[in-house]
Design a protein around this ligand. Sequence first.
Ligand code: ZN
Length: 207
Amino acid sequence: MKKLYEGIHKFQESYFKKKENFFHRLSKRQVPQTLFITCSDSRVDPNLVTQSNPGDIFIVRNVGNIVPPYEAIKDKNSVAAAIEFAVIGLKVKDIIVCGHSNCGAMQALYKEDKDFNSMPHLKNWLKIAMPVKDIVKTFYRKRHGEDRLRTTEKENILMQLGNIQTYPFVKQLLKNGRLYLHGWYYDIATGCIYTYNPKTDAFEKIG
Ligand code: ZN
């Protein structure tokens, strides 16, 4: 915790002081243009990798950057609540689903049931992404180890892009050209970010 307390002090003394007016304006309202859905992984930092400021992106983080299909979780679906607020309330223009390399959640899809004995909620949550494993096992049979994991991480992004389109208001806005979807893949070791191009059916490097 010491590091975090020191960080708060440093933030207030340097960063905040230099941008005091900006934070004062920001306190009145938020107008983010983008909903950014990504993994809870501590190595993934949406603001850092996009060099964006507070107020720029509305972020939803969970284990495995999963979007439960509209009808999947009837009650207390925090992801659905955030999507409603960002899309209907804040009227974001773009939604990014950003997966990443070395994702523990995607690795966990291949674990055995007994590995989750002490983590029933995690087991239940990951069930939503289980179809990804089936896709990889069916269409990428020859991929193993790291190769299979990279494929799983990318296929998961595509599945979540599909899931978000089960939200009726998202579907409608996409149809009207008032909302755009993006699938991003962040490679931790290289710092590169790739975006899914549906025309080439491939993730292409940004920048
Ligand atoms: Zn992850």
